[in-house]
Ligand binder design. Structure first.
Ligand SMILES: [Zn+2]
Ligand SMILES: [Zn+2]
Ligand SMILES: [Zn+2]
Ligand SMILES: [Zn+2]
Length: 277
């Protein structure tokens, strides 16, 4: 018999029937913590009557919030853990627009980099715990961090004064050009013990995607030396600590800083440009 031609849809393209979706939602709702409405994920602990409460809330409770029964001893619910592994959970930022659903082991990794995660205050070294939308970042900086100066233009000098101050120190300023705001950061800290280093980088007050459109150049000038670094700015969604952790910044030690410093002040020429499409 001649073989018949035909198309077979791969499984992934098959439409998920609405009943399946309802079942998924019904299943994930079983994992909702009655206190914070986040999901109770493995390892799952229950009260003596079988009620669940999430790890964070459990740490602050002595009695089950549902039945007022004892939460000790720790009783694991292995059956619910197995169900949790078979269910896809919505991202924590579903309410702000993320439509991903993930296996519970993938959730924390994704949520740390989710585009819909609120932005935190980009100021390094402060204990500011502000969070909000990208649109609100600039007004937060202008109201809560008034001491940060802003220079206009693509080509400016970032002057860090008193670089010999002991301990960990941050120098921060803003640069505005191309209709965007950039945060310039010079950080003095010990990345390796006993070894002070300077880290200089530029962050865009914008998304990672927007940051890809720009380049920056940092340049130190001495009487007979020059040190140049060129890179793409990081988004403030990642922040300074990510740039430092990945060594995605200009790094130099105190001896190098002294080669370029003038009376304890270090001038860094900062040039920002747009990438050609
Ligand atoms: Zn909870
Ligand atoms: Zn209970
Ligand atoms: Zn997400
Ligand atoms: Zn702040």
């Amino acid at each position: 018999m001649a073989r018949q031609g035909g198309t077979v849809l791969p499984l992934a393209q098959a439409q998920c029937c609405p009943d399946d979706l309802c079942l998924q939602q019904e299943l994930t709702s079983l994992f909702e913590c009655p206190i914070c409405f986040d999901y109770v994920l493995p390892p799952i602990l229950q009260c003596q009557a079988g009620h669940l409460v999430c790890k964070q809330c459990r740490q602050q409770l002595s009695l089950c919030p549902t039945c007022r029964g004892s939460l000790t001893p720790n009783i694991r619910n292995l059956a619910m853990e197995k169900v949790a592994s078979a269910v896809l959970f919505p991202c924590k930022y579903a309410t702000t627009g993320c439509s991903l659903t993930l296996h519970h082991t993938e959730k924390p990794k994704h949520e740390a980099i989710c585009e819909y995660r609120p932005y935190s205050c980009p100021c390094p070294g402060t204990s500011c715990d502000w969070e909000g939308s990208l649109e609100a970042v600039m007004s937060h900086l202008m109201h809560a961090h008034k001491s940060i100066t802003t220079l206009q233009g693509e080509d400016i000098i970032f002057l860090a004064t008193d670089i010999n101050l002991p301990g960990a120190v941050d120098w921060v300023m803003m640069q505005s050009c191309f209709g965007h705001h950039f945060m310039l950061v010079l950080k003095k800290q010990e990345k390796c013990e006993g070894h002070q280093q300077f880290f200089a980088t530029v962050l865009l007050i914008g998304t990672r995607k927007q940051a890809e459109n720009f380049q920056y150049r940092l340049e130190l000038h001495g009487s007979c030396h020059r040190l140049t670094w060129e890179a793409s700015p990081c988004s403030i969604h990642d922040g300074v600590h990510v740039a430092i952790r990945n060594s995605n910044c200009l790094i130099f030690d105190t001896a190098t800083a002294h080669l370029f410093a003038d009376n304890g002040n270090l001038g860094i020429n900062v040039t920002i440009s747009m990438c050609c499409p």
